[in-house]
Design a protein around this ligand. Structure first.
Ligand code: URA
Length: 468
């Protein structure tokens, strides 16, 4: 007999996962399970069947992290068959745990494709939501946006907008539902119509200015741009009207951009990729360290890193090899990260200052601490990296790194142990620099290393919480 499963909502991943687990343990094959969403058009029955009890001695279902990750995205697709496709794959995974690695399997490929489409829709929403300002009856301001997602991504995207616009009161209205944020609480509302959102207002001028400033002429490829920003989104995007003019002025702006990166003139054109940052810092002459003829060292790590670790500046080894944290301090850092199970390959590692400041002593080059002014000049680059990577956790190793992140000097000893919220919603954890630990001896060294390990453990736990 077929078991009918009714999920609470089209994006009800937890409901699907619980039901799938129960079905597996009861030995229900994919063709004997039917899936639907409560209240969907044509759904005459509010509830599904009671889920069957597990067969005696049934093994606990196995599921790989890769499957779970894909399933979470694929389930948000509007494809009606997605629940049963996922259950079918999960069912087969029980006998073939390596199935997810089989890139030729049609079901694996289909789920991967659904997940990709959903991730793209999520990205589009993040890029193309445009707020208009309205004044509420009590005189307060609220920013309201109308957006038409293709898939069921509204809830999945909510925390991104909360982090990005924490201080604002805002609403995002869509044909599938609405989300509202009042600075502390997120709540949901019913489906909306385009007319429910306000039409153009002065915020559009702001978006236009913002867009004009982030528009990167160096990467101008009209075909690629249209692919990234399909015309169907243009109608809700006031800045779209600026595109023809920006394209026309692109070459002149490209020249200005290179100048802005190299000079101390605060340029409004921030690099658009980490690769551009890595190239542009080589030409940076914003402060005296940039003029000392050394090689600048760029950050390293995945663009999707949840955690960013910021040191002070590259040292002798780092400058020679062009990579951050590969000398003695880097080795100590790596061994502590290893102990706390922070995966360095999944972490973005960089420095507050991109060039090596030193004084020559014979053949040796002795480290010199950068001044506050030098750190401040280099903030432009660090902020570009943060804006591109958008880590949720940032660790500052030592006072220079903390200044690079905060723009002011703070006491490491007073700050360590608890996080500070940065303006983009990420958390900053400040601790000591491993070079400081290397200079200590005996008892003092073991006490301070323990404190350093404790700080990293807190970060590691927080990282687990945030990515759970
Ligand atoms: N110290 C730092 O702060 N950064 C490095 O990259 C190496 C040593």
């Amino acid at each position: 007999m077929t078991v009918a499963v009714a999920l609470d909502a089209p994006d009800d991943f937890e409901g699907w996962r619980d039901a799938a687990r129960r079905l597996l343990m009861a030995g229900v094959s994919p063709d004997m399970a039917s899936w639907r969403v409560k209240g969907d058009a044509g759904d005459l029955f509010a509830d599904g069947d009671a889920l069957p009890d597990p067969a005696p001695g049934a093994p606990v279902p196995r599921v790989s992290a890769k499957f779970l990750q894909l399933a979470k995205s694929a389930l948000l697709h509007t494809e009606i068959e997605r629940f049963s496709l996922l259950y079918g794959l999960l069912f087969r995974l029980q006998d073939n745990p390596r199935l997810m690695d089989d890139a030729t399997d049609p079901a694996v490929r289909r789920i991967e494709q659904l997940a990709r489409t959903v991730r793209r829709d999520i990205h589009k929403m993040r890029a193309f939501v445009r707020f208009r300002e309205v004044v509420e009856p009590d005189g307060s301001e609220r920013f309201v946006s109308w957006f038409e997602p293709e898939h069921h991504i509204l809830r999945a995207n909510a925390s991104f907008f909360v982090r990005r616009f924490t201080q604002m009161h805002w609403s995002i209205l869509t044909p599938q539902g609405a989300i509202h944020w009042d600075g502390t609480t997120l709540c949901e509302g019913p489906p909306a119509r385009k007319e429910d959102a306000p039409a153009g207002d002065p915020v559009e001028a702001l978006w236009g200015k913002y867009y004009a400033s982030i528009f990167n002429p160096a990467r101008l490829k009209v075909g690629a741009m249209l692919k990234e920003m399909p015309r169907k989104y243009w109608k809700n995007m006031p800045e779209a009207a600026l595109i023809p003019g920006l394209v026309a002025g692109a070459q002149a702006r490209e020249a200005r951009m290179i100048e802005a990166g190299a000079s101390a003139t605060p340029g409004e054109l921030q690099p658009e990729t980490l690769e551009v940052v890595a190239k542009a810092i080589q030409a940076c002459r914003r402060c005296p360290i940039g003029c000392n003829g050394t090689r600048a060292v760029a950050g390293e790590g995945p663009k999707s890193a949840v955690l960013m670790i910021v040191g002070e500046q590259p040292g002798d080894h780092e400058e020679q090899q062009g990579r951050p944290f590969i000398g003695p301090a880097g080795q100590l850092l790596r061994s502590h990260l290893n102990d706390t199970e922070i995966d360095l390959n999944g972490t973005y590692v960089t420095n507050a200052v991109k060039h090596f400041k030193f004084s020559p002593r014979g053949k040796a080059r002795l480290h010199q601490t950068p001044t506050a002014g030098e750190i401040d000049h280099c903030r432009w680059w660090l902020e570009s990296e943060r804006a591109l990577v958008r880590p949720r956790l940032v660790v500052a190793l030592g006072a220079s790194a903390a200044r690079g992140l905060l723009g002011k000097t703070v006491s490491v000893q007073k700050e360590r142990g608890q996080p500070r919220l940065l303006e983009d919603g990420s958390e900053l954890w400040i601790t000591t620099h491993p070079s400081y630990l290397l200079r200590l001896q005996d008892e003092a060294r073991s006490v301070e290393e323990q404190r350093f390990a404790d700080d990293l453990r807190r970060v590691s736990e927080r990282r687990t919480d945030l990515t759970r």
